[in-house]
Design a protein around this ligand. Structure first.
Ligand code: NAP
Length: 191
């Protein structure tokens, strides 16, 4: 059994918490007023907007040592909706990994709209969570949590692939914002 800590009580924090418990694993969720409470999970999900990640790392970086840290952010420029705010040859996840050298950082969930995590399907296809990271054991534990909830998880490769996952997440958001796909739909991954 895995124990998962989620920082952030918004759409994604709640959706991922539901997924964790659906699969028989345990979860604790922290809001922005819970900064004095320490995380106890083996897996810690950063379910906050990208601009808030630096605050979370500043407050909790030392607590995250030895843990699997899951970056789910889509680091868009929300003023222009026309670019990512991370370097073109990097990713939000790479920056988080550099800031947390004692953690095992993975990218996951950023290509899944919250509603598809709750529903478990995208237009009849199983919701597929793409997971990227350099630590096979970390990816396997997270994949197990997703699979236990009845969703698919696919290993998308090394941490370097986080850049492509962020590009996919970016494109999917622009399509939904333009009403070309719905916020409960988006990309499905055929097996
Ligand atoms: N929504 C989606 O479908 C979706 C899909 C893929 C990825 N994502 C990514 O998932 C992340 C969360 O998105 P969301 O839709 O769940 O956002 P949301 O509904 O706006 O929730 C954001 C949460 O972050 C918390 N928060 C903000 N600053 C914080 C801080 N400094 N310390 C602790 N908590 C803080 C907020 O707490 P307060 O309300 O107390 O401020 C809130 O609980 C984002 O990075 C987003 O890009 C979202």
């Amino acid at each position: 059994m895995a124990h998962v800590s989620i920082i952030g009580t918004g759409n994604m924090g709640q959706a991922i918490a539901g997924l964790v418990t659906k699969g028989g694993n345990t979860v604790e969720v922290f809001g922005s007023s819970d900064n004095d409470k320490r995380v106890t999970g083996d897996i810690v999900v950063l379910a906050v907007p990208y601009p808030a990640v630096s605050d979370v790392l500043a407050q909790r970086g030392e607590q995250l040592a030895g843990k699997i840290v899951v970056d789910i952010t889509n680091p868009l420029n929300f003023e222009t909706f026309d670019a990512l705010v991370v370097p073109a040859d990097g990713s939000a996840t790479a920056g988080i990994a550099a800031a947390l050298p004692s953690s095992r950082v993975v990218k996951a969930f950023n290509t899944n709209f919250a509603g598809t995590l709750v529903a478990g399907t995208v237009d009849g296809q199983p919701t597929t969570v793409l997971v990227a990271g350099d630590d096979p054991d970390a990816k396997a534990l997270l994949t197990g949590v997703v699979g236990a909830a009845g969703l698919r998880a696919v290993d998308a490769g090394s941490l370097a692939r986080a850049r492509e996952l962020e590009a996919i997440g970016f494109l999917q958001i622009t399509l939904a914002a333009a009403e070309k796909v719905s916020w409960t739909g988006g990309f499905a991954v055929a097996p």
